[in-house]
Design a protein around this ligand. Structure first.
Ligand SMILES: NC(=O)c1ccc[n+]([C@@H]2O[C@H](COP(=O)([O-])OP(=O)(O)OC[C@H]3O[C@@H](n4cnc5c(N)ncnc54)[C@H](OP(=O)(O)O)[C@@H]3O)[C@@H](O)[C@H]2O)c1
Length: 336
């Protein structure tokens, strides 16, 4: 098949490209060409900025694809632009959405695709995806536009970063390397799903061109959730160390620095576990095959080479908080 990937050099999309090439598809990328990592040489490149909508649409209106996978659409306007660009020119259009469309608040564990779309508390990210998904699904219903919505949970790999719950800096990798303790939020037992990018890439490639997926929405998640503390230890193990974890109540962290910890209520401050059963029934052979340790090591290797691991010395706040917690009379009573 001829497959267009809008994006194609990012964390998930480079893994999609690799999986498509492995399956023998011809791949075209549309991106700005800003990434230092070059895509594979057999890929055709269309260079441009999709936010320059007239140029983006004109560039695609001269093309035809069996499948287009849109990895950088965040609003109804982005989706409408893709629709104008590709209407009548694509056999299958896959829109990369997110599980953040569901919340917070989250209504249940193992939420499936029928869960309420509460994603309005994360600075507009979830709400923008909800609007984009809705526009594409209505185009499917009204005019047979061949759209499928895929909602990944956190996905990591080369080209991206390793997140932790407490804050968004990458300096926790440096802290682990230097034997410095790590803050963990609450009791560290909130569950989350961590999907290696090669497995996400394989799922997108397996889904591409599948007629049963038209008009459907699929969560794309790792079926085995981990607690955040287990994730910290998994990353530590990939570095060959043990994490020394210090727990701090979420409300305390918010009171200390809204700038640093203000993202917690809108996203990582909650257990969030989604069901991948629907995708598993469409793609019975797909399951995550990359060991977390291998995927973590590959991500860290890329982050090192790209200079993406921040130095912990430049950031004394975490040490100050840990010192204050350790000075409390009885830390064991501290739970969130
Ligand atoms: N990673 C996760 O945990 C996660 C979870 C759920 C959903 N998602 C979704 O996954 C998608 C991100 O995929 P990814 O990981 O491949 O992306 P990424 O790592 O953010 O990379 C973005 C890709 O898009 C290109 N790009 C960015 N802005 C562009 C523009 N204005 N015009 C043209 N090309 C542009 C980039 O290349 P240039 O910079 O060279 O243009 C690059 O190829 C998003 O839709 C996100 O919502 C991610």
């Amino acid at each position: 098949m001829d497959v267009l990937v809008i994006g194609g050099t990012g964390t998930i999309s480079r893994a999609i490209v690799q999986a498509l090439l492995r399956r023998g598809h011809a791949v075209t990328l549309f991106n700005r060409g800003l990434r230092a990592d070059q895509p594979p040489s057999e890929v055709r490149l269309l260079q441009g900025d999709r936010r320059d909508r007239p140029t983006f649409e004109a560039a695609l209106q001269t093309q035809r694809f069996d499948v287009a996978i849109d990895m950088i659409s965040f609003t109804a306007e982005d989706a409408a632009s893709a629709l104008r660009a590709l209407r009548g020119r694509v056999g299958h259009f896959v829109h990369c959405s997110t599980v953040m469309t569901y919340g917070p608040p989250f209504t249940a564990l193992y939420q499936d695709e029928t869960a309420p779309l509460n994603g309005q508390h994360d600075g507009g990210y979830g709400a923008g995806k909800v609007a984009a998904d809705a526009l594409l699904l209505s185009a499917y219903r009204d005019e047979d536009f061949p759209a499928t919505i895929v909602k990944p949970s956190f996905t990591y790999g080369p080209g991206g970063t390793l997140l932790r719950q407490a804050d968004l800096s990458s300096n926790w990798i440096d802290r682990l390397r230097k034997g410095q303790p790590l803050l963990s939020v609450g009791d560290g037992l909130n569950y989350f799903q961590f999907l290696p990018a090669p497995d996400a890439g394989a799922a997108f490639a397996d889904l591409a061109g599948n007629p049963a997926s038209l008009g459907q929405t699929y969560n794309l998640v790792h079926p085995e959730p981990l607690t955040w503390d287990a994730w910290l230890q998994a990353v530590a193990a990939a570095l060959g160390v043990q994490a020394e974890i210090v727990h701090a109540p979420q409300d305390l962290l918010l009171a200390i620095s809204d700038e640093r910890y203000g993202h917690l209520p809108g996203n990582f401050g909650h257990t969030q576990v989604f069901s991948g059963a629907r995708l598993a029934s469409l793609l019975p052979d797909w399951r995550p095959r990359t060991p977390q340790r291998e995927a973590i090591a590959a991500t860290i290797a890329w982050m090192d080479q790209a200079g993406q691991i921040a130095a912990s010395a430049a950031d004394p706040l975490e040490d100050r908080i840990i010192q204050a917690i350790r000075a409390l009379p009885d830390q064991s009573r501290l739970i969130s």
